[in-house]
Design a protein. Structure first.
Length: 447
């Protein structure tokens, strides 16, 4: 995906604020084409995920928990060993697609003006979808996010956009990938700006919304237009409000530990010949544990849905609160590529469920599912450092709006404030070196 050589780029060109701004038509055409390409890619990657899941686990390909729960122990072991082999060989193959190391999307936006190796990034996206479909405990949204970033970079080259325009378009493409994958156009746009670009400026809002809107509309041609999570219309109460004021800081502290653990996992990825051995051994262990706890497989959507409706026992929630993060980190340490959005949300759902069960002994009356949902929002906001996008994403993911908005805002604000006060790094900054992160902070504060 490399366009032919073009005329020199005007790197001083700002983001067009109107349609009459010089270069506005080229910029908005690039935004539109990025949205279209990202929507198509998200649909194809989702269908690939479901096909892989259906092939290895059976069923419809949309619910790994129910099919894995009825699979034989041998299948658990063989499928996860296969995922380990695919991870090892895939990582070796990806290194041949571009010279040097790959560039993380966040690093590309902040330090390379949005430029990243197209083939290697798309190959990593396809690999992550395949192994997540096989049961690796990471998120599926990383793939469409990467694909959207590639399209943003490609159409920036084609339209001869400036570096500032390219940075925004790549961030918009990444957010559009999430929008299309989950059907969350507004939340995906805010995610692009608040989390990926790090700036909620007015001149950035329209391009982000337009790219996400187009990508989501295109993806709905092949993907269902329906909420990802189905939850009741929970109501807030005095007990719930008091709980969020206490649980929010706890979620913030847990999020700090989680982000630091993810940072460690990225820095501990295998090198050399260990790239093949480590995934086979690590994911083989994951397969053994999943025989008894299939809830740790995949991105965690299925167990989150059960937690949100109060259909998980307190004992199982407590066990999974230990096992699911361990499975996420094990997958990462093995070098498996994948997203962290849904796994982080799942961690929060488990934490909220456990804290909620404890609170119910002191002040009963709040549905268990509401605790899990609020915990998911708290941890997701604190780990991404994106409180605004988190609130909107959860409303779009559930199709609910006002029923839980007050406790959700309170718990998100408390968790994010505590986490940011202790650890300014988000889960999406985890791949940055300390020097890169310090530079990123300087750029963000000056901008």
């Amino acid at each position: 995906m490399k366009p032919p050589p073009a005329a020199p780029v005007n790197n001083t060109a700002p983001i067009p604020s109107t349609l009459f701004h010089p270069g506005a038509l080229r910029f908005w055409l690039a935004v539109t084409l990025t949205g279209i390409g990202t929507g198509i890619a998200a649909a194809l990657l989702t269908m690939l995920l479901e096909a892989v899941q259906r092939f290895f686990w059976g069923g419809s390909g949309r619910d790994i928990l129910s099919t894995a729960s009825h699979s034989t122990p041998l299948r658990h072991i063989l499928v996860l060993l296969g995922a380990g082999v695919a991870t090892g060989l895939g990582q070796i193959a990806l290194r041949q697609l571009s010279s040097g190391n790959g560039i993380d999307t966040s690093a590309a936006i902040w330090f390379h003006a949005g430029r990243l190796p197209a083939l290697r990034t798309l190959g990593s996206a396809a690999l992550s979808v395949i192994i997540v479909g096989m049961g690796v405990s990471l998120g599926r949204e990383g793939a469409p996010k990467q694909a959207g970033a590639v399209f943003g970079n490609f159409f920036s080259d084609l339209g001869r956009l400036s570096d500032e325009q390219r940075r925004l378009l790549v961030a918009c493409g990444a957010g559009a990938g999430m929008s299309a994958a989950y059907g969350v156009p507004l939340g995906g746009a805010l995610f692009a700006l608040e989390v990926m670009r790090g700036v909620l400026a007015l001149r950035y809002v329209l391009p982000a919304i337009f790219a996400s809107l187009v990508a989501t509309a295109v993806s709905w041609i092949a993907l269902p237009d329906a909420p990802t999570y189905l939850i009741p219309a929970y109501k807030s109460s005095a007990s719930c409000i008091v709980w969020v004021l206490l649980a929010g800081p706890v979620a913030g502290i847990v999020s700090v530990g989680y982000v630091r653990a993810v940072t460690w996992a990225y820095r501990t990825k295998p090198k050399g010949w260990k790239r093949i051995v480590a995934p086979v051994g690590g994911l083989g262990i994951l397969g053994l544990i999943s025989i008894y706890f299939p809830q740790i497989l995949g991105n965690g959507k299925d167990i989150s849905q059960l937690a949100f409706t109060g259909n998980v026992s307190a004992a199982l929630l407590a066990l999974l609160l230990l096992l699911k993060p361990a499975a996420i980190l094990l997958s990462m340490v093995c070098g498996a590529p994948g997203g962290l959005f849904t796994p982080s949300l799942t961690l929060g759902a488990l934490l909220g469920g456990v804290l909620g069960f404890a609170w119910s002994f002191l002040w009963p009356g709040v549905p268990a599912g509401l605790f899990a949902f609020l915990g998911a929002g708290a941890v997701l906001a604190a780990t991404t450092q994106g409180p605004i996008s988190t609130v909107v994403l959860l409303m779009e993911l559930t199709g609910r709006d006002r029923s839980f908005i007050l406790p959700l805002l309170l718990v998100v604000a408390a968790a994010t404030l505590v986490a940011r006060s202790i650890e300014p790094r988000s889960v999406y900054d985890a791949q940055l070196t300390d020097e890169e992160f310090a530079e990123r902070q300087k750029i963000r504060q000056s901008g």
